[in-house]
Design a protein around this ligand. Structure first.
Ligand code: NDP
Length: 246
């Protein structure tokens, strides 16, 4: 029996990359899983089929994380589908890149909305349904802690905000038996950051292991925190970064 048997989870940005790996891992561990996506209905359908093949219920929800109402609505849809919510994973993300002079106010607002506001709003909406043993995990970045190259000030700032959100919520929700943690990936082979992309060799040089991680490496840590093994971990920022921050 999986450690998440009988539980229900919601993962934002679950159609591709790290989010898709998390959806599938939580399902393999026994959970029914809802996930959001932005536009790639084809990718969402493929993930749904894989989860259902495992014998778990799955719900794909098109919901832009830049839209606070859509995020809260996705939480409501997941609860209506499964009758409960035990695990929330805030994963949806984008990678704004470029010199600071070229960053527009719209980009700043959109990035903060997707990475920070949506994580806050999803947690608020989830709280109405989460009891003892509830789990909130956000996906941050090693760039929240070390910024070894230029062009990522906005991205790093938005991910650093999740450190404060995680610690603050951990204090708020500890008395209710709900843990709140952050998982900070390093270079991970996805569409956002392909291991054969232009910047890949430079990124590899910053990691102690000298290689990219796989989405499953991040998913394994999320599954640990979401399961019984994570019951005493809260307010933590756990690196899965190959030693990028070492
Ligand atoms: P991908 O670009 O490969 O996948 C992004 C996923 O998020 C897709 O499912 C996409 O949906 C969804 N998504 C994007 N924007 C939105 C939005 N506005 N609303 C809802 N869903 C959205 O990214 P990764 O898997 O690489 O990244 C996942 C998380 O991990 C992000 O938070 C990222 O910042 C973080 N991270 C990634 C690292 C890496 O090296 N890959 C390193 C450190 C952190 P759709 O398929 O519909 O487009």
């Amino acid at each position: 029996m999986g450690t998440l048997e009988g539980k229900a989870a919601l993962v934002t940005g679950g159609s591709r990359g790290i989010g898709a790996a998390i959806v599938k891992r939580l399902a393999r561990d026994g959970a029914d899983v809802a996930f959001t996506y932005a536009s790639r209905a084809d990718a969402a359908a493929a993930v749904t089929a894989e989860v259902e093949a495992l014998g778990r219920r799955c719900l794909a929800i098109r919901a832009d994380s830049a839209d606070a109402d859509a995020v809260a609505g996705a939480v409501g849809q997941a609860v209506r589908a499964f009758g409960r919510l035990d695990v929330l994973v805030n994963n949806a993300g984008i990678f704004p890149y470029g010199p600071p002079e070229e960053v527009t106010v719209e980009e700043i607002d959109r990035t903060l909305a997707i990475h920070v506001r949506s994580a806050f709003v999803a947690a608020q909406a989830a709280l109405a349904h989460m009891g003892q043993g509830g789990r909130i995990v956000s996906i941050g970045s090693c760039l929240a802690h070390r910024v070894p190259y230029p062009g990522v000030a906005l991205y790093a700032a938005s991910k650093a905000a999740l450190v404060g959100l995680t610690k603050g919520l951990a204090r708020d929700l500890g008395p209710r038996g709900i843990t709140v943690n952050l998982v900070d990936p390093g270079s991970t082979d996805t569409d956002m950051n392909p291991a054969d992309g232009e910047a890949a060799d430079g990124e590899r040089a910053f990691s102690a292991l000298g290689r990219y991680g796989e989405p499953d490496d991040v998913a394994a840590m999320v599954a640990h925190l979401a399961g019984e093994g994570g019951r005493t971990v809260t307010g933590a920022a756990v690196a899965v970064d190959g030693g990028f921050c070492a």
